[in-house]
Design a protein around this ligand. Sequence first.
Ligand code: SF4
Length: 435
Amino acid sequence: MKMERPLTKNIRPGQPPASIQEYEESGGYQGLRKALRDLTPTAVIEEVKASGLRGRGGGGFPTGQKWSLLPPPDRTAHPRYVVVNADEMEPGAFKDRILLEGDPHLMIEGAVLAAYAVQAGVVYIFLRAEYSAAARSISKALSEALDHHYLGKRILGSEFHLEVHLHISAGRYICGEETALLSALEGGRAIPRAKPPYPAVSGLFAKPTVVNNVETFCNIPGIILNGADWYQALSRTGEGGTKIYGVSGRVKQPGWWELPMGTPIRELIEEHAQGMQEGYRFRAVIPGGASTEFLTEESLDTPMDFEHIQKVGSRLGTGTIIVLDDRTCPIGMVHNLEAFFARESCGWCTPCREGLPWVTKILHAIESGEGVPENINILKEHTHLLGPGNTFCALAPGAMEPLASALKLFESDFHRHIRERLCPYPKPEWRRAHG
Ligand code: SF4
């Protein structure tokens, strides 16, 4: 049986994005027609709830439930907002870029359906600054959708009106945190907000707001057109739908694939990424972008979905795997990740602002053969000091996940660097070039 690829069926890598005609010919905007003709906003939310769709940005919160948290439209000031979080910047993640560059109408239809469901009047697409090709494809698609009456006043002859705006991000990782994103969109400094109140109650300009990731919105048209049962049946586990998985690292064929939710890690690496390159052996993976814990060989048969990955001690996150091989220094890899998080800390709270540069400095010392035995306990202590509950948002606790698991899984490597006063691994090319 041919595998269904509802998210990427129109995407042709290296080719221009799907036009509105191609999108319509593949069933595009039929979900929106159906919703406006046959379904109440509440019925749309119920269908999304029944599908079991969970947010694809990393958090995995049930999407239908998130939408149902908004107060009833007749009891709040308008406009209400929908925001597309397209600020993809997690190291190792590139799935939203593929969707936006290849088939922007899918995200647009999903966002319009979401706006109808929560009775929003305005959608903002908050796009990563560096995604200039995506900005071009979205702008063209928005103008096509407006011309075809999928946006604007009286959409498809209904009483539903909607404005959609593309906003280019200021270019910081923290803008992907939903409340920091809202602050940035309002023109303020991109720092997270205290919760509660949650954006569902007081979000953009203090109005009820839904923020979801690009891939999450791309799932909506298929769910509304084909129903929750169809969506559930796409998956290999209890979590519905398909997922865009990615694999990077020393594999023969790094890339991305849309596959049933719950595809095992081993299948992704050995079949789709065609296994390790000659001369390299598998050592571990970070399963869902940089802010998740390492998993080793014994977890390779774990289905890649939210529940199963959590059971083996990590998180699905973005579903984009980074492979660690036996010739790459795990300390160098973690140092590289922590340097990224330290640079991207918004500086609002002390443990993260001061702690991440300190962690980075210690890792650099150990990697360069200048570490001392006490460094290991200091690093372990920081995984608690910067852990959940001690910082204002999840950036620092997320940054501690690869470090904490590296200290457990590769502790002997840390000791060896300190004992031998050198890094025993070959220096990767990019490090040789940049010192
Ligand atoms: Fe900012 Fe880091 Fe504190 Fe989050 S944890 S608010 S990124 S300083």
